[in-house]
Design a protein around this ligand. Sequence first.
Ligand code: OOG
Ligand code: NI
Length: 450
Amino acid sequence: MTVTVAGPNELRAALAEQLSKMYASEVPKYGHLVDATNRVNAAHGDDRDAQRLGSERHGAVRVASFGELEQLAALFGLFGMQAVGYYDLRTSATPIPVVSTAFRPIDAHDMAASPFRMFTSTLVADDERFFSSDMQAELADRIARRSLIGPELAELIANASAVGAIDEGSADRFVELAVDVFRLNAEPIDASWHEKLDAISPVASDIAAAAGTHLNHLTPRVVDIGALHQLMEDEGVTMIDRIQGPPSWDGPDVLLQQTSFRALDETRHFVNADGDHLERTVRVRFGEVEQRGIALTPAGRSKVDAAMDAVKQMGPLSEPERVAALRNELNARLDASFAVLVANGDAYAEYRPVGTAAEGLRSVDELIAAGNIALVPITYEDFLPASAAGIFASNLAHDGAAVDDVSARLGDAERLREAVGTLHDPYALYEAHQSASLVHTRNALGVTPR
Ligand code: OOG
Ligand code: NI
């Protein structure tokens, strides 16, 4: 008997679509954001990534332990999503007790087939800078009692992991059960436990007071984030006051810009020590939107980081002043031409062959000059720690307790790596994309390197 298998790209596309439907019903304003995004994108129909934009999303979820992260890694693996990058959000201006990674396709063709990723944060429940030893013990005990993956999904994952794929007959059910993992849990929340955690960190209470995880946000990609921000404000939605990340400057957009509408009040069911059921509002879920630019090398990235740092050193600035200062700093540090950025080793490019190379042309520079190699930008597919921290912080109902030591704990990177199996370095992925395209281009042009 042959079993037809459902490919990871199709499964991931189905997951993204179903999650989007679910989230629109849970958070109606998300529907408004997607609609406004589509209107802005339609006005830029000829954008180079236009075909990707309609379905492109990233989601964000938060889990309570490295064990739960391991469960999600197994689940996402079957959707063709692997862990890329490590972000320690405890080192930010408003320290958040989590470390994060993003599950995403690591191959450009797969990303193009279904551009969906999940920013996934893990509570570091034994970080003594946030949690007293009593709290650590209670967290460990409560977290050990929950499981994100029910028996039916666990069996599907186990079977599929053994053969390396989901059989087509189980695919619909598999996606349905995967979506349920991220559905808001209806179980009443222990009110006093929630209060205790909330006093330390509203992110900790969101994660560890509930019986399971839930989608925190789902983010569409827009071509003009400034226009989107304005459109949403014009339509009566309060946005956070800042667009995170490097703004547009004289050169091509770099890395990632993000903004969001503020977290909304949502009713949740609680139960107190006497067993009384109560309704309370929480404010944790928001709508985010992003604009993606080109991927930069470590050298290019450090220039952008230096520009951002320089502006931070300038002290308090109004928002327009801050953006103008950032533009100046970027213009001063980076060349505005994409080709020069690539030649300088600041940006990655995909090389593509054009026509037939004339006799004698050998070097890449000669072939580019002769028009036999075209340089196509590689999109930045990852996240930025400062923006992620800014997005977390600007949507908290309050900051939580003050924490003074905010240095990274290096052992936690190792624990995250163990939980996800393989943790990919984003730069290595862009580098591999670039060099494979160069090899392909040389072969296609029939040129051997000189
Ligand atoms: C994640 C916040 C960071 C991003 O896109 O950088 C983030 C969260 O709130 O769980 O979503
Ligand atoms: Ni996000």
